[in-house]
Design a protein around this ligand. Sequence first.
Ligand code: C2E
Ligand code: MG
Ligand code: MG
Length: 423
Amino acid sequence: MNNDVVKILVLDDEPFMLKLLGQILARLGYRSVTTCDSGRVALGLVDNPFRCPDLILLDINMPEMDGVEFVRHLVEHHYSGALILVSGENERVLQSVGKLVQAHKITGLGHLGKPVIPELLAALIRTWLPPSSAAIETATRIYGADELHAAIANGELVNHYQPKVVVATGEVVGVETLVRWHHPSDGLVFPDRFIDIAERHGLIDELTRVVLAGALAQARRWQDAGLALRVAVNLSMENLASLNFLDYLVDVTAEAGVAPQEMMLEVTESCLMQDPRVPLEVLTRLHLKRFGLSIDDFGTGNSSLTQLRDIPFDELKIDHSFVHGACANDTQRAMFDASLGLAKQLGMDVVAEGVEDQADWDFLREQGCDLAQGYFIARPMPAEDMPDWLVDWEARRAGLNPVQAQQAMQAGGVEARFSNPWL
Ligand code: C2E
Ligand code: MG
Ligand code: MG
């Protein structure tokens, strides 16, 4: 969609702002811009198939219907376009409204303070490409339990692996297994679209068994190739609700020839869990059998202090929402520090999830966080892409932590890892 056809609506109660934003957008080349000072009128436009905007610039403070209320109505009116928040409110308020927009599953492009800087507005709009209706349909399709069941049976689920590295040295010490569905017509479907269905329809054990079998076979291949990688697998609390699962896990791990210490089991709480006694028993016994236990998404509603108190976790993963951007956000930083301090007091290793850029990485080094995982290091990838990534990472690693990387080179660490013919 080019600038001529993209329909933009500016909603603000101040006539001056409407005029100013209209002018800025015209200068940026947008021809189809409507301005409006009332939420009620704007919703009328959303309902009109010929005038419904692709993008709304929304003021949060408006006397009649404020921006927060307007966002709720947008959902009720099935708005499928994008949104930019514009307000003179402080950063925390803008972030709260941003989170609300996200929770409503509206495409939020970001927020702008007042006065609006034209370059920032242009940059935000550039991050967005209105999806085609076919893409929207694929992205919002809800899969049925039967379809998922068949997919598991037909081997359409595949494992991707995302590296975990030591922050102080950049050394790669493990990977997290993340399942994907190679859908015959929709392409790669991500787990947030089907794990929940598996949990609700009694398919999660079947799914986990397939993921585990793949992860264990891969762990063994890496082990045989001389690569010491601890392989993490995500477990649902539903898996832990049966004692059979424990026996199964112990048996398949032994059959694969992988030591329990080389496996890490990542757990989050599920709202479906009724009786915590069986999961508590299973996790405690897995700990006694030397499987590593990790509390995932720490800090979100899914992972609580109660779990931390009751279950002998070895590792705590700080959720990405507290990691990315923490260096520039006092609230996030305080929560990150508190989680790190808590884990350290309990003698646990800490993994920061969602490390997306150099600033995040530098922040973790300053804070003394143990391990990092995120797009800055590597995106989840099929196992066959790991060797090439490892070579690239060794080259990048030297620039990230120069002193330690040099020490590792001197100790022959890098050569030793790469003398393996498998790589
Ligand atoms: P998780 O266990 O917290 O996994 C981390 C998620 O963050 C993954 O999403 C990963 O792709 C994503 N991620 C990695 N680096 C970054 C980054 O730098 N920034 C951001 N924003 N995200 C990053 P993915 O693969 O879509 O998985 C989502 C969730 O689905 C997982 O969250 C996990 O809870 C669940 N899941 C994945 N595989 C399985 C599985 O085999 N079994 C179960 N029960 N759950 C699984
Ligand atoms: Mg995980
Ligand atoms: Mg997580």
